[in-house]
Design a binder for this molecule. Sequence first.
Ligand SMILES: Cc1cc2nc3c(=O)[nH]c(=O)nc-3n(C[C@H](O)[C@H](O)[C@H](O)COP(=O)(O)O)c2cc1C
Length: 184
Amino acid sequence: MKNIVVFGASNSRNSINQQLAQWAGQQLEGAQVKVLDLNDYEMPIYGIDKELASGIPAEATQFLKDIEEADALVISFAEHNGNYSAAYKNIFDWASRADRSVYKNKPTFVMSTSPGPGGAGSVINIAKGSLPYAGADVKGSFSLPSFGQNFSAEEGIVEGELKAKFDAEFSNFKEAVYETSIEA
Ligand SMILES: Cc1cc2nc3c(=O)[nH]c(=O)nc-3n(C[C@H](O)[C@H](O)[C@H](O)COP(=O)(O)O)c2cc1C
C-alpha cells in the first residue's frame, strides 16, 4: 500500500485547493491518502531572531515528519497576490531551516486552482520553479481554472478537456509512484 500525503497550501477551512489535492490523491488506485491540514502547523511568523531565541517550533518538525512518512506528495497551491499563501510560506520557511530538503526527494504532483479563469497560474509557476530546490521530485503539474464551474465534489474535474489534460499529467506521476515508492 502506497502512502500518499496530500494538502492544499492554504489555511482556509473550506479550501478549494484542499478539495482538489484530496480528489487527485484518490485517483491513485490502491493508495492510502493522508490529508494534512496546514492549521495543524500554525507557528509564529518566521524570523531569524525568533529562531535564535527559541529554535525550530515542534510544528515544523512534525510537518517534516509527516512528509517523510509519504511515498509521494500531491500539493495544490492557493494563490494570494500571485504568490504562496502566507500560511504555507511560513511553514515552508520554518521547515526549510530544520532541513533544506523539505520534500525529501518524494515524487510530487504540483497543482493549483482558483475561482477565476487564471487557475492560480502564477503561484503554480513559482512552485514548479522553487520546489525542486526544496527536494521535491516534481513529476507533473496541473492548474484548474474556474474551480466552481469545473469541479464537483462527487465527480471531480467535470470539464472534458481539462480532465483529459489532468489524466495525461497524472499518469507520469502515477508511474513514478509505483516505480519508486517503498512497499509498506
Ligand atoms: C489575500 C488574497 C489574495 C488573493 N490573490 C489572488 C491572486 O493573486 N490570484 C487568484 O487567482 N486568486 C487570488 N485570490 C483568491 C483565491 O484564489 C481564493 O480565495 C481561493 O479560494 C484560494 O484558495 P483556497 O480556497 O484553497 O484557500 C486571493 C485571495 C486572497 C484572500
